[in-house]
Design a protein around this ligand. Structure first.
Ligand SMILES: Nc1ncnc2c1ncn2[C@@H]1O[C@H](COP(=O)(O)OP(=O)(O)OP(=O)(O)O)[C@@H](O)[C@H]1O
Ligand SMILES: [Mg+2]
Length: 286
């Protein structure tokens, strides 16, 4: 990967808790057909941590994401937000929760209302963050800054509709939205699937920059263990709805214990050469 940067690995186990799960379970179907898509998983995501959830197709990643976002009920178990049981029992509490957690989905085109011009997509973000009273100049300045963060030119985007953008531009527009919304947690479900390898690296770098600038927690969902290695502090390896292994990305990927993890790694050709370890900069927290 040509755009590879020095990887910084930090231990977040002592950082404040952001999102946790205890026995989180989701079943689909009834009787004989009943199947646990997510099967009693436990996790602790910390503030500022870059977490990857890695697993093959059908392992339950999207089902878990939907539960994390509060879009799908849990069959069993509990989700804790900032250390306390999450309460999204009313519309108002749900909206409050969504100020803290935002998502980028697999298909960026599904995330926008195609009838809203890009200016209004970005303007909405400023308004959601309580910026309705700001002057027009200030709002334009903020939108321009958000666009330049993702290498888009705001002036060229005004008056355009989302469908007039390329897949890569759409992905970047989604990150510009996150830049304006500044949630505490960003959940990114395979955000790179629509773009080529080069813009893929750029987008991952943007997510890292976003985390570094804002201290937000990023939960990155992928089937690509090589990418997870490149980008994350912590990995959770998911197989058939369960976490078979989790921990520091370095430790898990360079010294996998579970057979499933070993298999995922063996599917990535030359993982050790491609992700040149000589550039890894270990910054262990005291
Ligand atoms: N609404 C649903 N009704 C019934 N079964 C479902 C539903 N949603 C997901 N499943 C099943 O749950 C399992 C996990 O699906 P999920 O979409 O979470 O996997 P995934 O890890 O995100 O896969 P991919 O990498 O392909 O996106 C699959 O067996 C799927 O068929
Ligand atoms: Mg999925």
């Amino acid at each position: 990967m040509s755009e590879m940067r020095t990887r910084t690995v930090k231990d977040y186990s002592n950082a404040p808790l952001c999102l946790s799960g205890r026995g989180v379970t989701r079943a689909f179907g009834l009787g004989e057909k009943r199947k646990l898509a997510v099967d009693h998983v436990d996790f602790d995501f910390h503030e500022g941590e870059f977490v990857s959830i890695v697993g093959e197709s059908g392992s339950g990643k999207t089902t878990l994401s939907k539960m994390l976002l509060g879009l799908l009920n849990l069959t069993e178990g509990q989700i804790l937000f900032q250390g306390k049981p999450r309460d999204i029992s009313t519309g108002r509490k749900q909206r409050e929760y969504w100020k803290g957690i935002q998502a980028i989905f697999q298909d960026p085109f599904s995330s926008f209302n195609v009838f809203h011009k890009i200016d209004s997509v970005l303007l909405d973000c400023i308004h959601m963050r309580g910026g309705r009273h700001l002057s027009k100049e200030k709002k334009i300045e903020m939108m321009t800054e958000a666009c330049s963060f993702v290498n888009l030119k705001f002036a060229e985007l005004t008056n355009k509709y989302p469908f007039e953008l390329s897949g890569g531009q759409m992905q970047r527009l989604m990150i510009a939205r996150i830049f304006l919304l500044k949630p505490r947690i960003l959940l990114a479900d395979e955000p790179t699937s629509m773009v080529d390898a080069c813009s893929r690296a750029t987008i991952l770098d943007m997510l890292l920059d976003l985390r570094n600038e804002t201290g937000m927690t990023i939960i990155f969902i992928t089937h690509d263990i090589g990418l997870a290695y490149y980008i994350s502090d912590t990995v959770y390896i998911m197989e058939h709805g369960r976490f078979v292994e989790s921990g520091n990305a370095e430790e898990v990927i360079l010294n996998p214990q579970a057979e499933y993890t070993k298999r995922l790694i063996s599917d990535v050709p030359k993982i050790h050469e491609e992700w040149d370890l000589s550039t890894v900069d270990l910054l262990r927290a005291e």
